[in-house]
Ligand binder design. Structure first.
Ligand SMILES: NC(=O)C1=CN([C@@H]2O[C@H](COP(=O)(O)OP(=O)(O)OC[C@H]3O[C@@H](n4cnc5c(N)ncnc54)[C@H](OP(=O)(O)O)[C@@H]3O)[C@@H](O)[C@H]2O)C=CC1
Ligand SMILES: CC(=O)C(=O)O
Ligand SMILES: [Mg+2]
Length: 741
């Protein structure tokens, strides 16, 4: 994944046009002189004229890369790029990774300090202890923007939130808890400090490192940060310290804890094994010896992910939005409390769907919100911003908190969450999906990926020997969980022929025509399997053009009552998601069809979490050009108005009007839309098809689809050039649609 396409995980995208000489002279010399002089006059205007206010530098020297140790600055880059992606994805913060090649704390401090003007905040990452303490402390003193060592405070905040809930669930008071922390580095020292600040008595916590327990009087491998947590105890090893402990925090390395250690802990032990990428002990190993444990790890593939990803994006979002000078204790505590609180609340349906198969209800398996919960940006960022204002470090206070929360929530596009939810739901309810072009290399690879991802059983249609030959040439030997059906030899052949013959006998088809169709037409045979309930859905399209594939399918499968069979494209851009329909089937939809298409698309958009606003597109705006072609569109709008539908729609209008709300409102103030359109109903197949292909080719957006909608059974037809991953996605879509029925 990291090497595919453009290497790495991030790129920089301009926010201003740079296509003409005039653009150039505005964005660069001479125009750029104006903001330079303005910033010189008043440095705070840098937040208005540059990206400073939304950009955070993720800075590391690679000395403690996850739990992998000192890999050096360069080898840490994939993690730092990853953090940039998380910043963007979860909180719309632009992160830029900087790998600083020095282990010398002074040189590092100097470098970061000098870079300060460029950024709104500094996220220090994966710098080992004890240098990280000195570096952070000094930079906090030297810089007037937030400096936050994520491995220290991000981890402390998130684990504190988890601990608050785990203590609550096990009926413990923090003052009585006995705690062991393994690791005495950046993350562990910050965690133990925060837990003590929450009320844990000093003598109740034992800290361990590679030399064992940090006891009072120990001299080997010590530093001032460790000494501050040394306690009077007879325990010298982690094993001894763990006996009778209520809580264990692991911030050390893979495998540091044994099942015997867990067995020796107190009743209902709380075990946060947070080393990455592999925990100190796996949840399976804990459960094998202690069924009463509450366990969390740093990983997303187990319940209770205690990972700083739940913190840093939102903490910086809130801090940047109020132009906070720093991230102080009040802001950290506010973030921890908001996280803990969120886990106790009812989970929205879309989050529940995204984690299908898991029960997201406050309890031992759900003590922390999950990373794809869209409430995180709203609740955590707002809590942090409020705390910054209350503690006097906000340079630009928020006037209207309710409006700020609305803005926060609109920063996330629901499409990505929906896609995540789609795959998770399919995984939790695996389906049988026909891959009709079963002898094709791409199809076979997609079918195997479909199976390996746990989406269900792929059914390849083709001659067994041919399919197996291709599999062999691809080095695929494992046929488990995969079916091959040869249409001609199938035991279902006659039943399918009868079924189709009943449908087509009065349309000029003889039985032998139908028999040939079933024997030789893999799309027909596959569609028969789906129609007869022998499979849940189907994907095809790489060997034949769309009209032929679609024609084969509709010989077998009907259009749903009160719907039109259509294809729609989902265009995901940095400005949000727009749906385009019909991009595949109807050449010139009638007004009734256009109205139906709009209603179908509203349903689809709502399913994906969007608030629909429909624009009927044309080359004219509200009758500016009276032509036959626009009458059809205006009639469709009238039909919807007469019906009194429960969504916003208007038109006809040009594409730029539909997408540029300011332009639309200033030119046509009577328009009924309350924001830019996100469903574009195209006047005809030619324009829809051309528009979607143009967008796909010219780049800058992701186009998903066309997605087939309106058939009684889920069948997806991909484009002939579809990749393996397109095929897998469409197969998953078919599987998902079968769940909805
Ligand atoms: N889940 C999450 O969100 C986060 C997890 N982490 C994880 O925490 C771990 C530590 O990270 P960080 O604090 O940044 O790194 P540091 O390098 O600052 O600290 C590592 C600490 O672990 C100790 N250690 C190493 N091996 C052992 C062992 N076998 N037994 C006991 N202690 C050991 C070291 O001991 P010594 O002092 O003797 O060298 C040191 O104190 C990593 O695995 C990291 O992935 C970190 C941040 C966030
Ligand atoms: C999650 C993280 O920051 C770490 O493991 O280092
Ligand atoms: Mg880290």
């Amino acid at each position: 994944m990291h090497a595919a396409g453009r290497p790495g995980k991030i790129e920089i995208v301009p926010t201003k046009p740079l296509t003409t000489q005039r653009d150039l002279s505005l964005a660069y010399s001479p125009g750029v002189a104006a903001p330079c002089l303005e910033i010189q006059r008043d440095p705070s205007t840098a937040y208005d004229y540059t990206s400073k206010g939304n950009i955070v530098a993720i800075i590391s020297n690679g000395t403690a890369v996850l739990g992998l140790g000192d890999l050096g600055a360069l080898a840490g880059k994939p993690v730092m790029e990853g953090k940039a992606v998380l910043f963007k994805r979860f909180a719309d913060v632009d992160g830029i990774d900087l790998e600083v090649d020095t282990k010398d704390a002074e040189a590092f401090i100097n470098c970061v300090k000098l870079l300060g003007p460029s950024f709104g905040g500094i996220n220090l990452e994966d710098i080992k202890a004890p240098e990280c303490f000195i570096i952070e402390q000094r930079l906090r003193e030297l810089m007037d923007i937030p400096v936050f060592h994520d491995d220290q405070h991000g981890t402390a905040i998130v684990s504190a939130a988890g601990l608050i809930n785990a203590l609550h669930l096990t009926g413990r008071d923090i003052k009585d808890v006995k705690m062991v922390v393994n690791g005495a580095g950046a993350a562990s020292i910050a965690c133990i400090e925060l837990v003590k600040a929450m009320g844990l008595p000093h003598e109740n916590a034992i800290l361990c490192d590679t030399k064992g327990v940090i006891w009072q009087g120990r001299t080997e491998g010590m530093n001032q940060w460790k000494s501050a947590h040394a306690v009077r105890t007879k325990a010298r090893t982690l094993e001894e310290a763990m006996k009778g402990a209520d809580v264990f925090f692991g911030l050390s390395v893979k495998g540091a804890v044994t099942p015997d250690m867990v067995r020796s802990m107190a009743a209902k032990p709380i075990i946060f094994a947070m080393a990455n990428p592999d925990p100190e002990i796996t949840p399976e190993d804990v459960k094998a010896v202690r069924g009463d444990a509450i366990i969390a790890t740093g990983r997303s593939d187990y319940p209770n992910q205690v990972n700083n990803v739940l913190g840093f994006p939102y903490i910086f979002r809130g801090a940047l939005d109020v132009r906070a000078r720093t991230i102080n204790e009040q802001m950290k505590i506010a973030a921890a409390e908001a996280l803990a609180e969120l886990a106790r609340e009812d989970v929205p349906d879309e989050v529940d769907r995204a984690y299908a198969g898991r029960r997201l209800r406050y309890g031992p398996e759900y003590i922390m919100p999950v990373p794809f919960d869209p409430r995180l940006i709203v609740e955590v960022s707002a809590a942090v911003a409020q705390a910054a204002m209350d503690s006097g470090v906000a340079r630009k206070p928020i006037i209207d908190m309710a409006e700020y929360k609305r803005q926060l929530s609109s920063r996330l596009d629901p499409t990505t969450a929906w896609l995540q939810s789609l795959f998770e739901q399919v995984k939790a309810n695996p389906r049988r999906i026909v891959f009709a072009e079963g002898e094709e290399e791409r199809t076979i690879r997609a079918a195997v990926a479909f199976r390996d991802n746990g989406y269900g059983t792929p059914i390849l249609i083709g001659r067994d020997d041919q399919v197996r030959e291709t599999m062999r040439s691809l080095g695929i030997t494992d046929e488990d969980g995969l079916e091959i059906h040869n249409a001609r030899l199938s035991t279902k052949n006659q039943a399918y022929t009868d079924m189709i013959y009943r449908r087509l006998q009065r349309n000029g088809f003889l039985r032998r025509d139908v028999q040939r169709m079933v024997n030789q037409g893999r799309n027909v045979f596959g569609a028969c399997m789906v129609a007869a309930g022998d499979a849940d859905g189907m994907v095809t399209g790489i060997t034949r053009r769309f009209p032929e594939c679609f024609g084969d399918v509709t010989r077998v499968i009907d259009v749903e009552h009160d719907k039109v069979a259509i294809g729609y494209s989902i265009v995901v851009s940095r400005h949000g998601t727009v749906f385009l329909a019909d991009t595949s089937v109807n050449e010139t939809p009638t007004s009734t069809e256009l109205a139906l298409i709009a209603k179908q698309m509203v349903h689809n958009a709502r399913q994906m979490g969007h608030d629909p606003r429909v624009a009927f597109l044309s080359f004219s705006n509200f009758g500016s050009r009276e032509m036959d072609r626009t009458t059809r569109i205006r009639d469709a709008i009238r039909l919807l108005a007469d019906e009194g539908v429960d969504f916003e729609f208007d038109g006809e209008m040009q594409a730029d009007m539909a997408l540029d709300y300011e332009l639309l409102k200033s030119t046509y103030p009577f328009c009924r839309l309350t924001g830019p359109a996100n469903i574009l109903i195209m006047p005809g197949l030619h324009s829809a098809h051309i528009a979607s292909r143009l967008m796909q080719r010219l780049g800058g957006v992701t186009v998903i689809g066309p997605v087939i909608d309106g058939l009684q059974k889920p069948v997806q037809v991909v484009q002939m050039g579809a990749t393996v991953s397109d095929l897998v996605s469409h197969a998953a879509l078919a599987a998902y649609h079968s769940l909805e029925r």
